[in-house]
Design a protein. Sequence first.
Length: 106
Amino acid sequence: MPQTEVIDLLKRYIFLLNASGIPVKKAFLYGSYSRNEAHENSDFDIMIVSKIFDNADELIKAKAWRLTEQIDLRIEPYTVGLQKFLTDEVSPLLQVIKQKGTEIKL
């Protein structure tokens, strides 16, 4: 699937998150699709940044996972609180996504 189609699919997922009470501040495609190295069985890695994840319990994070079923089971959300996104300087994954991921325009 071309990267543009993946981004369109992820925008539908972001719309669903917003409509379900998870307000998305930022979103990034990362992993093989962001690097243009995807193959037939690649999943869609997406970092979702929302203030709701700053103090969220596991049920809120699980909701983000459950909602993937309505769009595409290949969506793999990585949920990050807005505060962590803005201030964390030690998480290697977060830093790589910020530097090399593809920001999805909301």
